[in-house]
Design a protein. Structure first.
Length: 357
C-alpha cells in the first residue's frame, strides 16, 4: 500500500524528509506547506536541489488540509498545537519531531479525543529527543537488572547547524552569560526532553519526585571564535550545556543532556567532545551496566555539516520511516511504548517489489 504524505515546512529537517519520502517505496509526496513567500509557488523538487517533480509548495493551509493525503510530517521550527489540531481534524495522521513523544495525562487526553474523533494517530519521534533519549535507553535497558541510573547525552559542534538565526536569536550564542541565561531553550527543549525522562521513568518503574531538575551551564570564548553567526568575542558564550534530570528523593536517576560547542578551542571552562569526538551516548547503570556510543550521526567537517547534517537527516528519517506504521496504528496519541518497531527501507536499486511478497 502507498501512503500519501504532506510535508509541513521545508527547513533543514523538512528538506531531508522530502528526500526521504521520495526514496521510500511505500510513500508518495502529495503536497508541501512552506512558511516564506519566497518559497510559495515553487516546485518542491527545486527546493531540495532536485529536478522539478510537479508538486508546488504552498502557504495555503486550507488547501493542504483539503488535500487527499494520509499523513503529515510536521516540522516547522516550533510546534503550534492549534495547527496540529487542525491537521488531525482534517483526518490526517501526524508524525512530528517537535513533541508528543510522551505527553502528560491532560495533554494526552485532549489530543486522544481529537485523534479518535477523526480516526487518526499523532506520533512524536526524531533523534534527540525522539530516539536517543527514549527508544534506545528502553531497548538497551533490557540487558540490565537493578537499574539505578539512565543517562543520555549529546556532544555536538553547533557550528554545523545550518540555522544561524536560531543559533543567534533563540539559542543566544555570542551573547553575555547573563543574556544567554534568558534563552527560551531550557523551557522549549525541556518540553520534549522532559517527556523523554518521564517515559523512561514510567516504563522502568522509577518513583520520580514531582518536578524535574533543569540546569544550564555555559562556557565563554577566551579568544575570537569563527562561527555561523560571525566571530564570537572573548567573554561571550561559545558553548552551552542543558541537562534535565528525574530525581528520586532528590537524587538523579535519569538524565538527558545536550552539549553544544563552537568547537573545542578557546573555551572557558575548557569543554571537549571526549575521545569519541562528536557523538551521542546512552548509558545504563545496573547489573550489568552498559554504555553505547552513537557515531556517524555528525558531519565529517563544518562545510559538510552545513551542506547536509547527518543528525538532521536522521531526525527526518525517523519521522519518514514511521509514517506507514502510524497510518496503520490505532487512533490516538501513540508513543514508542504502543508502536511496533519502526524500520527503514532498502535503497531504491536494492528494493524488491512488494507485489512479489
Amino acid at each position: 500500500m502507498t501512503y500519501r504524505v504532506l510535508q509541513w515546512a521545508t527547513g533543514n529537517v523538512g528538506r531531508a524528509a522530502i528526500e526521504g519520502v521520495l526514496g521510500h517505496p511505500d510513500l508518495e509526496l502529495a503536497g508541501c506547506w512552506v512558511h516564506s513567500e519566497a518559497k510559495d509557488g515553487r516546485d518542491v523538487g527545486t527546493l531540495v536541489g532536485r529536478d522539478p517533480i510537479g508538486i508546488t509548495a504552498t502557504r495555503d493551509v486550507d488547501a493542504l488540509l483539503a488535500a487527499d493525503a494520509d499523513c503529515v510530517v510536521y516540522s516547522p521550527i516550533f510546534a503550534d498545537p492549534d495547527v496540529v489540531t487542525r491537521i488531525l481534524e482534517s483526518h490526517k495522521n501526524v508524525v512530528t519531531p517537535l513533541g508528543w513523544f510522551y505527553p502528560r495525562a491532560d495533554e494526552r487526553a485532549r489530543f486522544d479525543a481529537v485523534c479518535r474523533a477523526s480516526g487518526v494517530t499523532l506520533h512524536g519521534t526524531g533523534i534527540n529527543p525522539g530516539g536517543i533519549t527514549e527508544r534506545f535507553p528502553l531497548m538497551i535497558s533490557a540487558l540490565s537488572g537493578s537499574i539505578t541510573h539512565v543517562r543520555t547525552e549529546e556532544f555536538s559542534d553547533i557550528r554545523t547547524y545550518g540555522a544561524p538565526d536560531v543559533i543567534r536569536d533563540w539559542m543566544l550564542f555570542g551573547k553575555t552569560p547573563a543574556e544567554s541565561r534568558t534563552s527560551i531553550m531550557a523551557d522549549a527543549l525541556g518540553a520534549g526532553f522532559g517527556q523523554s525522562v518521564w517515559m523512561v521513568a514510567d516504563e522502568l518503574g522509577f518513583d520520580l519526585d514531582p518536578d524535574l531538575r533543569t540546569t544550564h551551564d555555559m562556557a565563554v570564548a577566551t579568544a575570537p571564535i569563527d562561527s555561523p553567526i560571525g566571530p564570537i568575542a572573548p567573554g561571550l558564550v561559545a558553548a552551552q550545556r542543558f541537562r534535565w534530570e528525574g530525581l528520586v528523593r532528590g537524587e538523579p536517576v535519569i538524565s538527558a543532556a545536550v552539549n553544544w560547542l563552537m568547537g573545542e578551542e578557546h573555551l572557558d571552562p575548557p569543554w571537549v567532545f571526549g575521545p569519541d569526538g562528536e557523538h551521542f551516548e546512552v548509558e545504563i547503570t545496573g547489573d550489568p551496566s552498559c554504555l553505547v556510543s552513537f557515531r556517524k550521526l555528525h558531519p565529517d567537517s563544518l562545510e559538510a555539516g552545513l551542506e547536509r547534517n547527518p543528525g538532521v537527516v536522521a531526525t527526518a528519517m525517523h519521522c519518514v520511516n514511521a509514517v506507514p506504521y502510524v497510518c496503520e496504528a490505532d487512533p490516538g496519541v501513540q508513543t514508542y511504548l504502543e508502536m511496533p518497531l519502526v524500520a527503514g527501507r532498502a535503497a531504491l536499486p536494492l528494493q524488491r517489489t512488494r507485489a512479489g511478497g
